[in-house]
Ligand binder design. Structure first.
Ligand code: ADP
Ligand code: MG
Length: 565
């Protein structure tokens, strides 16, 4: 039987199943990957900025303490000593050396009158002639009483800053001015936080560096502070890009004692290295997992669709066979009915022909005028009735259920017998019958005479199809405990339409009188009863191949079937 191709869109099923599988497996994977990445980044960011913030805040405290102490020292000095004492250079010098003994952060110190001139001075520079009346810090201290300057170059052309305190004592008004060594501040900054990838420095509110910065230039350079005003006591962190394109995390905090901002910078990338590695791993595993999932899903889908296709094909086969069986059952019944009805008149005709023959025997052949003609006609009637009876007998056999014989059958021998029956016919038409038998085929239980009928039918059809010149190859082999025998011819083959109908009773492409269309239908029904089946493969112009499959033994008939048979 030609295997009907089931009409499902397997490509579409494949696509749908694959899409669904991929969506269901990749979505959680991607979500997990994304979530991990996001969380890790957030946690790392927090940790890094928290570390930097802690460093900044502690350094901020140290700087503030330092500044507050210095200012308090100067204030105390001014208000606990009289003008007379302080304007005395040697007294001032001894006070200064006491101060230096506790902390070496002061460079020099001087008392300045309201005209901006030194009354007394102690320090390494020669500043006795300096006049500060025009300087900013001088104006500021007169206005505010206490003033701490930003870093400036001044007369000595070295960066420094001053703390100045104004005191009115009776008729005397004077200013104590002390210079702070930048080294002291630098040391403070360095001590708390330093390394090749980090930087700590001070910036004035006007955006001028008050100390050297590793990444932002030397002291007095410009530095862009964030636009919004920094609140005291809180650290602001932000990512900054240095001049050489390095991305750094900067933490900023305003000093309380001074209008300066402490900035601590750290290389984010150095800190983020383990994070980057971890992220890389997660990405790698996610991508690998995704790829594995894709491959797995594709393989699974292929398997699934393939088994679905196989199951469909099998079902289609079963459906086709069922359809054929029921068609045959119905047509077979009708054929049997017709055969039965035709049989009775045939019997009558035969009987009457016999009667005529008997009557003729009583006559004298010499005297009876048409004796010979009547005898000849009677013989012809008997001959044709015989032929018609053979046909009806065939039809009856095909319609009726039969109880198959269960005899040991050697399929190779049986095939030989069938081939031998048609040997002469084939030879006359120059058709070669090739035999390729598997010597290992098992002996099976079956009905040899019916099987022979099947084989003869098939070979006969092949000879008819080829007409003359060609070959039929008969092959046998063991199959599933039973046997398989195939008949392949080099004939014209069949088109799809013919192929679909060849097992239908009375379907024939032969001329009237040449074919009954019952051959293959009978084959089909015989094989069905023997528990086997017949398949055909044919292509127009390519020849035809019939394959008969038989089980080790035919199925047992049910008692019901036996009663019907
Ligand atoms: P019949 O031989 O009386 O025509 P069958 O049932 O034996 O009836 O065959 C039905 C039809 O199947 C044939 O008429 C023929 O068209 C086709 N057929 C059978 N066997 C072959 C074959 N080997 N090559 C080509 N066509 C075939
Ligand atoms: Mg035939």
């Amino acid at each position: 039987m030609s295997s009907p191709s089931p009409h499902r869109g397997y490509k579409a099923i494949h696509r749908r199943v694959l899409t669904m599988l991929l969506i269901m497996s990749l979505t959680p994977l991607a979500a997990l990957g994304f979530f991990c990445m996001d969380r890790i980044t957030a946690i790392y960011d927090e940790k890094i900025s928290a570390g930097l913030e802690a460093v900044t805040s502690s350094k901020h405290r140290a700087l503030d303490t330092f500044m507050v102490e210095r200012i308090a020292q100067i204030k105390t000095l001014v208000f606990t000593h009289s003008y007379d004492e302080l304007s005395n250079a040697s007294r001032l010098s001894s006070i200064f050396s006491v101060m230096q003994s506790t902390s070496r952060s002061f460079v020099d110190m001087g008392i300045i009158d309201m005209n901006g001139r030194h009354v007394s001075y102690v320090g390494p520079y020669d500043l006795h002639k300096a006049n500060y009346a025009e300087t900013t810090w001088f104006a500021e201290v007169l206005r505010k009483g206490v003033y701490v300057s930003d870093v400036f170059m001044g007369y000595r052309h070295v960066p420094h800053f001053v703390i100045a305190v104004l005191r009115h004592e009776g008729e005397h008004s004077f200013i104590l001015r002390a210079t702070i060594d930048m080294e002291a501040i630098d040391a403070l900054l360095r001590r708390v936080y330093s390394g090749p990838s980090s930087d700590a420095f001070l910036v004035s509110e006007q955006g001028v560096l008050q100390t050297d910065s590793l990444f932002n230039g030397p002291i007095m350079s410009k530095y862009a502070l964030p636009a919004e005003r920094l609140a005291r006591n809180s650290v602001v962190t932000q990512i900054q890009t240095t001049a050489d394109g390095k991305e750094m995390l900067a933490a900023m905090m305003r000093l309380e004692s001074m209008p300066w901002v402490l900035v601590v910078m750290d290389d984010v990338h150095a800190g983020l290295k383990p994070l980057r590695q971890l992220k890389g791993f997660i990405l790698l595993f996610t991508v690998l997992g995704g790829m594995l999932t894709c491959v797995g899903a594709e393989l699974c889908t292929r398997r699934l669709v393939a088994s679905l296709e196989a199951a469909d094909q099998k079902q289609a086969h079963i459906d086709a066979a069922m359809l054929q069986s029921s068609k045959m059952a119905a047509l077979g019944k009708m054929a049997a009915g017709v055969a039965h009805e035709v049989n009775n008149p045939l019997m009558l005709i035969q009987e009457n022909a016999g009667w005529i023959r008997d009557l003729l025997e009583d006559e004298d052949a010499a005297t009876m005028q048409n004796y010979q003609e009547i005898l000849a006609s009677t013989e012809k009637i008997e001959q044709h009735v015989k032929r018609a009876k053979a046909i009806t007998q065939g039809m009856l056999g095909f319609g009726r259920r039969m109880n198959p014989e269960r005899t040991e059958v050697l399929i190779n021998t049986l095939a030989d017998q069938a081939a031998d029956m048609l040997k002469t016919e084939a030879a006359n038409r120059n058709i070669v019958i090739e035999r390729r038998y598997d010597p290992q085929v098992p002996v099976i239980l079956s009905d040899p005479s019916r099987l022979e009928q099947v084989f003869i039918n098939i070979i006969d059809n092949a000879i008819d199809a080829m007409g003359k010149d060609g070959s039929i190859s008969i092959e046998t082999h063991a199959h599933n405990g039973g046997v398989r025998i195939s008949f392949t011819d080099t004939g014209p083959g069949m088109d799809k339409e013919t192929l679909h109908r060849i097992f239908d009773p009375f379907f024939t492409t032969k001329k009237v009188g040449e074919g009954t269309g019952l051959g293959l239908a009978i084959c089909f029904s015989i094989l069905e009863k023997l528990g086997g089946h017949i398949d055909v493969q044919s292509e127009l112009g390519q020849g035809t191949s019939f394959t008969v499959s038989l089980p080790a033994e035919p199925p047992q008939m049910t008692s019901e079937e036996r009663a019907e048979a």
